[in-house]
Design a protein around this ligand. Sequence first.
Ligand code: 13P
Length: 233
Amino acid sequence: MIIAANLKTNLTRSATHQYIDTITKCIQNTAQEVVVFPAIASLDCFDTKLTIGAQNAYPVEKGAFTGEIGLEHLEEFNIKTILIGHSERRHILGESQEFIAKKFDYFKAQGFQIIYCVGEPLEIRDSSKEAVLAYLYKQYEGIDTAYENLIIAYEPVWAIGTGKIPTLEDIQDIHAELKKKSQAPLLYGGSVKVNNVKDILQVKNVDGVLVGSAALYAEHFCSMIQAADALTL
Ligand code: 13P
């Protein structure tokens, strides 16, 4: 399974080193694919067999894009994994589907492993299943769903950082629909915690989890990896 931590705008570079050291010790015998996305300013070369990914980058090698980072900055740290389409970038930073698709194409051309996020806001969720699917399918526009290095993450916007999660039946239902769009591994994200990860990982068509706040504590993230091992070893 794929167990990923999105550290968002948290942990300084030195705190991230400690974090990654702790996780690296904990995962020595794991059968899981573990990915950590540090804050952009905390990227570095880490002595680890964890996969380190970038939460974001501009689709360019380098150039005049104030405040952004480019391919060159990722290559410095040998980073070949990127998160694209996260709801915070869509809704807070205002990234359009068109721009997200451009970013996707650029990093696909570079052979990156892409974790591509989709998810619906609460008002859509509250309307109907058809509306949810129509909303999610729009987030597949311009995206090569057959890309061999693709992982998709279903993260309902209303479940992110709120402590609310869909029922396990709802996760299973949406994942079954999304698997029809792409055979890529499909993660669930949104308020995954130590106490619910085992149940979520056992849902059909859930190939792993993308964890935010609960992953900020290395011990909690380690427990989640161990929970996945207990299910798969
Ligand atoms: P939380 O786990 O804090 O809900 O965040 C999920 C997320 O956005 C991961 O990308």
